[in-house]
Ligand binder design. Structure first.
Ligand code: BTN
Length: 331
């Protein structure tokens, strides 16, 4: 879709009602048949546009796919999502984003796909990514911060998604599970996979990969007790490009603030208020050990603060936390 097609879509979306062919010709400086060609292209992407003799064109419905022109309708950012690479299908948006980042695309560029054939989760797991239902996207970042701060980005993303969910569905009871999950009713709604390319003194780029189950109504038997979607929880089909833009709007805001701060202190109240683990008994699994304790909070560096049986307080930098011994929320 070229800029003119996207411009016509934005104009129709902003108008809400009919816009005459004549008016569009005047505004875009093109002929009636050229306008018609762009309308046909928009219809081909799945937008429903009415053409009424004597009244003009009216946008009835967006396609709802996370295509650049539809994401742009809802963006309020300076640079996040101003360049969007959309694919109907790709192996993994993180994989493609890493290739593009290595080629030098600007910070804030986003890679999104309708379907991932090899979606990736944390710890080598896969991320089930059916077509036409959910959001899969990766944001390319080039943070000029000390390398020890880079892992904090995962929590920033989680907070941004959580805020965007509240914007989309006010009052939604979603919880953040340190460090990278959002759950509803103990079931996983979204996950974040941050990957980076760095050498000892420079972070070349970070790719923040985000998967949100939006409209998926069925899950495979092994997932159905552990995974959910916005539609399953609320009965609402949230508009995917609007939610994607909503996450970018919130993420850019937090990212810019974080760049100018020393720590995550400014977002801790939000993270703790909506934390699934706060005050709960957990078991944290790390590569070579399991630690049981009570979650006391999140430190300003992003670590999980764990009170253990001998009365000491541990700062956990990485690992997978499960609630108690019987209830596990891992995916
Ligand atoms: C997890 O919870 O394990 C993280 C899941 C991250 C999934 C997203 S979907 C978009 C991006 N591309 C991928 O291959 N993975 C991330």
């Amino acid at each position: 879709m070229n800029d003119l097609t996207a411009g016509i879509l934005a104009r129709l979306h902003g108008e809400g009602g009919y816009l005459s062919g004549e008016q569009l010709c005047r505004e875009f400086g093109i002929t009636r048949s050229a306008i018609w060609k762009h309308i046909r292209q928009l219809r081909d992407t799945g937008c429903r546009i009415e053409a009424a003799p004597g009244s003009g064109y009216r946008l009835l419905m967006l396609s709802g796919s996370p295509v650049p022109a539809e994401v742009a309708l809802f963006l309020k950012t300076g640079f996040f999502g101003r360049v969007v690479y959309y694919r109907e299908e790709t192996a993994s948006t993180n994989l493609l984003a890493k290739q593009l980042a290595a080629e030098g695309v600007p910070e804030g560029s986003v890679v999104t796909a309708d379907f991932q054939s090899a979606g990736r989760g944390r710890l080598g797991r896969s991320w089930v990514s059916p077509a036409g239902q959910n959001l899969y996207f990766s944001v390319i970042l080039r943070p000029l911060v000390a390398s020890y701060r880079v892992p904090q980005i995962t929590l920033l993303v989680a907070a941004a998604i959580h805020r965007a969910l509240l914007d989309a569905i006010p009052g939604i009871d979603a919880q953040i599970k340190w460090p990278n999950d959002i759950l509803i009713g103990g079931k996983k709604l979204c996950g974040v996979l941050c990957e980076m390319q760095a050498d000892p003194d420079t972070t070349h780029f970070v790719v923040a990969g985000i998967g949100i189950n939006v409209s998926q109504s069925r899950f495979a038997p092994d997932l159905q007790d552990r995974a959910t979607s916005l539609y399953r929880e609320t009965g609402i089909h949230v508009c995917r490009p609007e939610l994607l833009a909503g996450v970018l709007n919130r993420f850019e805001e937090l990212y810019l603030q974080w760049l100018g701060e020393e720590s995550l202190g400014f977002i801790l109240p939000h993270l703790e208020r909506h934390s699934l683990l706060q005050g709960r008994e957990v078991i944290v699994e790390q590569l070579n050990r399991r630690i049981a304790g009570t979650v006391l909070g999140i430190a300003s560096g992003g670590e999980l603060l764990l009170g253990i049986a001998d009365g000491t307080e541990l700062k956990i930098t990485s690992g997978e936390a499960s609630l108690g011994s019987t209830y596990t929320t891992n995916l």
